[in-house]
Design a protein around this ligand. Structure first.
Ligand SMILES: C[S@@+](CC[C@H](N)C(=O)[O-])C[C@H]1O[C@@H](n2cnc3c(N)ncnc32)[C@H](O)[C@@H]1O
Length: 647
């Protein structure tokens, strides 16, 4: 039985540098000597594709290298379950995670890499009024707990990022580049990221995304009309924001992308003047500009009235004669009410699988405005203006509709700057509208709200009224509770997911070996039990889930075996008994009970079994239990429980 400690790879988020090296070694084994990269060999293997000139095209800023390093440093944190803040804990697949998004994104890597269809983010625009937290701390988890007021510190510093700071764009780029780098790994092959931004950082978002996602994966830059009124006292009234979209792989994204539903106006164009049994249709031209045509597209067509027609001057038919004859035979060509006009193709409504191609201009009447978003949020919060910069749910509806499919039960939507939770609201509303199965993961910093600050007073008071801590994550959760209830009231027949599981970022449950401690004796004694004393079984179970790459929404079953609680997670992928005491005479019954349960679960794939190291009275008990579990083998003599570990 191998003991897991804080240095074990299983207790950390993935080591992305190591993963990159392994990928490279697979491609270029000859470029590795004694585990290190030989750049000279690599350069030879890559030939002319290497650009090592000092001056090259691209975005550069002070701290870029550090930001890359930060993205690659594994997190030592964990996510602790919080059922008391959640809605429908047992059934829901939606997640709300309180914490700094960089750490959270790292922790989600093992469970959600390549699984997210849509990422939408609305980060701070860096207008000089919003907070951009520095990440330059040794211990990011400690830093996070300090700046959110969860632990004391002398070094706590949060400040707005003003132009006077001299590092205005730099601080923002450092913050964004690490997060986008980690987020990219989570995107599904046909997924895309959509980023709301204004002119302050629009150019930087384009350059940064080109580096991280590849310029070839740029999908479009949308202009959203965020305001319909004029901003007075300004040189120009700024009435739009941008939404920039990059795909993980543009071709896969385009193949999976959805059209917008047909509008009433477009539907009105479909008619059935010839009583076609295939019902309503509209006609489209069958001729095109001649420059693009081949010889086979110039021929004569005889209309039903007997008139012989050719393509109009300067034009050719869009189909060959054979295809035209097929269309005519299938009554798919319209020659006008008298059968005398130039031919046009009939497109039936029933066959028009494609809807409207989305425009890159998104008008206020279709996607809402900043003002309409604020008003509907205020309505949901009993008239209190608790959040300054919500996006309209209609804007998110559009993005969710284009990027996800209702039947895809794995269509995960991630927003790691969740704010008031508009993305979660839109996902639930969209599911209610089309009986979809999409799920959401929202991440929001529990950014403190100060009642002494006039801009934050209403929100802080609102938290007080709810009896909740004063921070923005409380607003996110409350919005989702209220939105879920509203959707249920408006669509009582909808039986889909309107709940969410809450998790909170914290330091790992596995006690880190504190090398810096002065009290060596205490550390030695502490490490006898590797688990922190203030953490419960559920905390440890969910940390195991994350570290083994299982979904945080997975069902957990419990059974009493030999008087101990044993948990089965993911249908037997993980078996865990975290009881604090297992005596020598309990080992046989416990071991056999675990084997019997595993047999009935019959999971596909590997199983890991985890026990508490300090639970065993002596090494004999531990060795005996390990032996029972190891003797349970398949026909080829392989242990069915492939990993037996202790914490
Ligand atoms: C512009 S708001 C998002 C608004 C959201 N789209 C809505 O409709 O309500 C940006 C949010 O990101 C949060 N935020 C900023 N830095 C963060 C971080 N490092 N981790 C998680 N959330 C963060 C802020 O607290 C803020 O609520």
């Amino acid at each position: 039985m191998k003991k897991l400690d804080a240095d074990d790879p299983i207790t950390r988020s993935p080591d992305l540098v190591q993963e990159n090296l392994e990928r490279m070694r697979e491609l270029f084994p000859e470029a590795f000597t004694e585990g290190k990269v030989d750049f000279q060999v690599l350069r030879q293997l890559l030939g002319d594709a290497v650009d090592d000139r000092d001056e090259k095209y691209g975005l550069n800023w002070h701290g870029k290298r550090r930001a890359r390093h930060l993205a690659l440093t594994p997190s030592t944190g964990t996510l602790r379950p919080c059922p008391e803040d959640s809605v429908d804990w047992d059934k829901t697949r939606n997640l709300v995670i309180e914490g700094d998004n960089l750490e959270v994104l790292k922790l989600l890597q093992k469970s959600y890499a390549g699984k997210v269809k849509l990422i939408y983010i609305d980060p701070p625009y860096n207008t000089g009024k919003d907070f951009v937290y520095p990440d330059d701390y040794q211990d990011n988890i400690k830093n996070y707990l300090e700046r959110t007021g969860q632990v004391d510190s002398e070094g706590k510093k949060t400040s707005t990022n003003t132009e006077a700071s001299g590092r205005f764009h730099t601080a923002w780029l450092n913050m964004m580049s690490a997060r986008l780098t980690v987020a990219r790994n989570l995107l599904h092959g046909s997924g895309a990221i959509w980023i709301s931004i204004d002119d302050t950082e629009f150019a930087n978002v384009r350059h940064l995304c080109a580096e991280i996602f590849g310029e070839e994966n740029f999908v479009a830059g949308f202009i959203w009309q965020k305001r319909t009124t004029r901003e007075n006292r300004k040189v120009f009234s700024s009435n739009h924001d941008y939404v920039v979209c990059y795909a993980r792989d543009k071709f896969s994204f385009q193949a999976a992308r959805k059209m917008l539903p047909l509008t009433e106006e477009v539907l009105g164009r479909y008619e059935n003047p010839d009583n076609d049994p295939r019902r309503e249709w509209q006609s489209v031209s069958l001729n095109a500009q001649a420059g693009h045509g081949t010889k086979a597209q110039y021929y004569k067509v005889t209309t039903p009235s007997g008139r012989v027609v050719e393509p109009p001057p300067g034009r050719c038919w869009v189909v060959t004669k054979t295809r035209m004859d097929e269309l005519i035979a299938d009554k798919r060509v319209w020659f006008g009410p008298d059968g005398n006009n130039v031919p046009r193709e009939k497109i039936f409504l029933s066959e028009a699988k494609e809807g409207l191609t989305p425009h890159t201009l998104w008008p206020a009447e279709e996607c809402g405005t900043n003002d309409s978003a604020k008003k509907s949020l205020m309505k949901l919060f009993d008239g209190a203006e608790v959040f300054d910069t919500p996006k309209p749910t209609d804007l998110l509806h559009r993005i969710v509709h284009i990027s996800t499919c209702k039947d895809d039960s794995d269509a995960t939507v991630l927003d790691f700057f969740a704010g008031s939770g508009t993305t979660g609201h839109a996902v639930m509303a969209q599911n209610a509208a089309d009986s979809g199965h999409r799920r959401f993961i929202l991440v929001q910093l529990p950014e403190p709200l100060d009642p002494e600050n006039k801009d934050q007073k209403t929100a802080a008071d609102f938290c007080d009224k709810l009896g909740k801590p004063r921070n923005i994550a409380e607003l996110t959760k409350e919005r989702l509770r209220r939105a879920g209830k509203k959707i249920k009231d408006e669509t009582p027949l909808f039986a889909g997911d309107l709940g969410f599981r809450v998790f909170k970022l914290d330091s790992s449950n596995i006690r880190a070996w504190d090398a810096a401690t002065k009290d060596v004796q205490k550390t030695l004694l502490d490490s006898v039990d590797n688990l922190k004393p203030d953490r419960g079984e559920a905390d440890i179970l969910y940390e195991l889930l994350l570290k083994l790459g299982l979904d945080l929404a997975v069902a957990i079953e419990r059974r009493e075996i030999a008087g101990k609680t044993v948990h089965s997670i993911g249908g037997g992928a993980l078996l865990a008994c975290l009881d604090p005491r297992i005596t020598a005479d309990e080992v046989e019954a416990l071991g056999q009970g675990i084997v019997a349960w595993h047999q009935s679960l019959a999971p596909v794939g590997d199983t890991t079994c985890v026990l508490r190291d300090s639970a065993f009275a002596d090494d004999v008990a531990k060795t005996n239990l390990t032996a029972i579990l190891e003797q349970y083998q398949d026909d080829d003599g392989h242990p069915r429980i492939s990993k037996i570990r202790s914490l």
